[in-house]
Design a protein. Structure first.
Length: 365
């Protein structure tokens, strides 16, 4: 007698299920994409401080990837994950091609820049000026989502120039969300595309946190992360009472050790974070590997300047790293020596030397 097939065990699908798209990264805390700062060496260092915080690349334009050296922009160390690739562009087909590249290189998220007010961005018809064109942004997001299974997010501002009402912001978000974007990182300042420099756009327009909070209340099914003016984890925790995530910018680079408590305070991981000395020791093998590949030491040591921000010996630390890394054959020993100099308290001026007492210094001889 032929036996009938056994029923599937509870919780086991009777037929193979299609592969699920990857879960979006945890946005509770992230470090902003920053041109000339968050390169792969900086990201490796930051990852030694926090294993859970989402990291972003510098913004990469579609032209740089499609007509330049894609590997130079996209290569990264596996230890950098979770890691998002930020793209700048406004042509759906180009962004779709770049999203496929990002997926091929293993990024956890593809982010579209709709917030940067830099002149380089305005001349390329992308960045904050795209807030004027929500349907274009929606077309770009739709094309990127169709091109790969990697989650696509948008980083934007609360407004641009005189288009800064809450209703216009909500309309922008609704239009782009209809295209499939589920996560918005919102800088709580509006962008002035003329009259203010990029640096001034980070400080002069007033922060409007309430507007970002309202966006989350009005779009509860979307993930909303707040950016702008956050310099401490305590402030991030306060914002997390109202939004899904917080993105820290230059404070996380200039005073990077603040991230050492992120895994514990933000993500609930047990135990204290690493000490500064432990971070240095963990960074040294990476430096030596990069040196063996021909990377100049200064490209890595510049990211270490903020490790002792506000600490005794910080100036001596920075000075020794700067001077030591300038030598063409400089190696990882420069970092070890800088740590010793800092511990020696060389921020203080050198003690005055007593005049020599030999015959050459005695005017009577």
């Amino acid at each position: 007698m032929e036996r009938s097939p056994s029923p599937p065990m509870p919780g086991t699908p009777a037929h193979p299920l299609p592969a699920m798209p990857p879960a979006p990264p945890d946005h509770r805390l992230s470090v902003a994409p920053m041109l000339d700062l968050t390169d792969r060496h900086a990201r490796y260092l930051l990852r030694l401080l926090t294993s859970r915080t989402l990291l972003y690349t510098e913004m990469v334009t579609t032209g740089a990837l499609l007509r330049g050296d894609a590997a130079r922009h996209l290569d990264h160390d596996p230890a950098e994950h979770p890691l998002a690739l930020q793209l700048g562009g406004s042509e759906p087909a180009d962004l779709a091609a770049c999203a496929r590249l990002g997926a091929r290189w293993g990024y956890d998220e593809i982010n579209l820049n709709v917030g940067c007010p830099s002149p380089r961005v305005r001349s390329g018809t992308f960045g904050a000026c795209l807030m004027y064109e929500p349907r274009t942004v929606a077309d770009c997001v739709r094309a990127m989502l169709d091109a790969s299974s990697v989650p696509v997010t948008v980083k934007t501002r609360v407004g641009v120039d005189h288009r800064d009402s809450y209703e216009e912001l909500a309309d922008f978000v609704a239009t782009v969300a209809d295209a499939g974007c589920r996560t918005f990182v919102v800088h709580a300042r509006k962008a002035w595309l003329s009259g203010l420099s990029p640096a001034e756009n980070r400080s002069i327009p007033p922060l409007q946190y309430d507007r970002v909070y309202r966006l989350k209340r009005d779009f509860p099914d979307l993930r909303v992360a707040l950016n702008g003016g956050v310099t401490r984890l305590a402030a991030a925790l306060a914002h997390l009472e109202h939004v899904d995530g917080v993105m820290i910018g230059r404070a996380a680079y200039e005073d990077c050790y603040l991230l050492a408590e992120a895994d514990h305070l933000i993500f609930g991981e047990p135990g204290p974070g690493p000490s500064r000395e432990e971070v240095i020791q963990a960074f040294l093998p990476y430096v030596e590997r990069q040196l063996a590949q021909g990377v100049p030491l200064a490209r890595m040591t510049r990211h270490l300047f903020g490790l002792f921000h506000g600490q005794p010996g910080a100036r001596a630390w920075r000075r020794h790293l700067t001077e030591g890394a300038a030598h063409p054959q400089a190696g990882a020993e420069v970092i070890r020596e800088a740590a010793r100099h800092r511990q020696g308290g060389l921020d203080a001026p050198p003690p005055r030397q007593n005049p020599p007492t030999d015959a050459r210094s005695n005017p009577r001889h």
